[in-house]
Design a protein around this ligand. Structure first.
Ligand code: HEC
Length: 191
């Protein structure tokens, strides 16, 4: 009985010593000591823009399938140009037209982030970029900007107009409507 206990104790003690040595001597703790099928463990990664002999077109990065849109995005069914801007003005209305509180605050905040740099914090067309040589944008309090319908403003924000680029990629559809709501607020509520 005693002998059995001694053997068991020895086995446990030797086992603990070996385990301690193993963890101390392992040169790199992020790599397992033994790799079974190393080709799978260390698979070869390809850079997004590199060539690939396997994929269509010889490129790793594939073209998007026609008509694909990002998750959560909604298509904007208007092309470029003033005719399409007019059509958008006739067909679209701002779901945030009467928004107050949080939505209005968000419109103000986003206008400050994206638009004020050119249009100025109040929309007068005197933003900092203008002081540094940017083409001055039209005054948003002028007759034209005040009487353009909300849908046309949405078209301008989405497709751009002349020297102003599109904001479709940077600002979601809802947030563009909130910004337009804020522009109306700046203009004193006229629509
Ligand atoms: C880089 C400078 C710049 C930024 C940033 C910018 N705009 Fe403009 N914006 C312009 C210029 C320049 C025009 C005039 C474009 C043209 O017709 O050639 C313009 C035109 C407009 C018009 C049409 C006004 C009119 O009378 O035709 C509206 C409305 C407008 N911008 C709103 C916005 C809003 C809202 C934002 C923020 C999302 C924004 N802009 C961001 C430069 C800018």
């Amino acid at each position: 009985m005693n002998q059995l206990r001694e053997i068991a104790t020895t086995v446990i003690v030797v086992g603990l010593i070996l385990a301690a040595f193993h963890s101390l001597l392992r040169p790199r703790h992020d790599i397992r000591g033994y790799e079974f099928l190393p080709g799978m463990v260390q698979s070869k990664a390809l850079e997004s823009f590199s060539a690939s002999p396997l994929l269509p077109g010889g490129l790793v990065q594939q073209q998007l399938v026609h008509g694909v849109i990002p998750r959560g995005a909604r298509p904007f069914p208007y092309g470029e140009g003033t005719e399409e801007a007019t059509r958008a003005g006739q067909e679209l209305s701002n779901p945030f037209a009467d928004a107050t509180g949080k939505d209005l605050d968000r419109g103000r905040e986003l206008f400050g982030i994206y638009c004020a740099i050119c249009h100025g914090p109040s929309g007068d067309g005197d933003g900092r970029a203008v002081l540094h040589g940017m083409v001055p944008p039209p005054n948003l309090h002028a007759e034209r900007a005040r009487t353009l319908p909300d849908g046309t403003l949405m078209h301008i924000l989405t497709r751009g107009q002349g020297n102003m680029a599109s904001y479709e990629a940077q600002i979601s559809l809802e947030d563009r409507w909130r910004i337009i709501r804020w522009v109306r607020e700046l203009q004193g509520g006229e629509r």
